[in-house]
Ligand binder design. Structure first.
Ligand code: AP5
Ligand code: MG
Length: 234
């Protein structure tokens, strides 16, 4: 199945929501490849920034590795800059943003300035699965492909299927003790945003315990239904 009206996506911000390890990055990558919309992942952007040797990078690295949230002001600046780029004109996929009430407020302003409509999609996964999703996660340092030693192992040991020369890496915040902090932070700061999107009629829930492909199909279905609901006058 394909998206019925590509024109519709030009005005779209797809917000992928869900706890750490729910599968936001996995779905964002599928949406990016298949719909041609860019994945805007604040986690990935800050992990890249944290690689450099500056005082700011040092600060970001410490916060991320502790499983805490980066200050709103900085996150908001990074999202404003990234979504102002040309590749976002056709719409984009937010992965890991917004995470606080202040970020959600900023996103409303941004969406109205960019004349884009927002759809929030919650990938719903029970707590007991999330720990394994995170502690088992490994990624390819070359292409960013996401694996899981329990649920989606690579074909050969610790090597990427497409880049056998590359050893898969584990995120520093995917260690057991950091995973707990991240889950608590999510419950306290981010989960309350779901009520807000629900009340404003923009939240869709998908069962995140199924295969990535099944979840993707449902997300595509949701986006297609919105095409039908959106009249040309909207
Ligand atoms: P971020 O990188 O956004 O991490 P997160 O929200 O904790 O989410 P994850 O990336 O851990 O999980 P995911 O939902 O993407 O799952 P994935 O697809 O990889 O943020 C990291 C840090 O950056 C934050 O803690 C904070 O410090 C900072 N930060 C980022 N954004 C911020 C913001 N807005 N404000 C402030 N600070 C911010 O899948 C997980 C695993 O499960 C993988 O192994 C995958 O293979 C597997 N999997 C996925 N789908 C399935 C499936 N359907 N079935 C079986 N296995 C699956
Ligand atoms: Mg992610």
């Amino acid at each position: 199945m394909a998206i019925a009206n590509r024109q519709f996506l030009m005005s779209k911000i797809i917000v992928l929501m869900g706890a750490p390890g729910a599968g936001k990055g996995t779905q964002a990558r599928l949406l990016q490849h298949r719909l041609g919309l860019p994945q805007v992942s604040t986690g990935d952007m800050f992990r890249a920034l944290a690689e450099s040797q500056t005082p700011l990078a040092e600060e970001v690295r410490a916060i991320q590795q502790a499983g805490k949230l980066i200050p709103d002001e900085l996150v908001i600046r990074v999202v404003e800059d990234r979504t102002a780029k040309d590749d976002c004109l056709r719409g984009y996929i937010l992965d890991g943003f917004p995470r606080t009430a202040a970020q959600a407020e900023m996103l409303e302003e941004l969406a109205s300035r960019q004349r884009k409509k927002l759809s929030a999609i919650l990938i719903d996964v029970p707590l007991e699965l999330l720990e394994k999703r995170m502690t088992g996660r490994r990624s390819c340092p070359i292409c960013g492909e996401i694996y899981n030693m329990y649920f989606r192992p690579p074909k050969n040991d610790d090597k990427c299927d497409r880049h056998p020369e590359a050893e898969l890496t584990q995120r520093a915040d995917d260690r057991q003790e950091k995973v707990r902090v991240r889950l608590e932070t999510y419950e306290r700061e981010t989960a309350p945003l779901l009520d807000y999107y629900q009340r404003t009629g923009r939240l869709h829930r998908v069962d995140g315990t199924r295969s990535p492909e099944d979840i993707y199909c449902e997300i595509e279905q949701i986006l297609n239904n919105e095409v039908v609901r959106t009249s040309p006058a909207d």
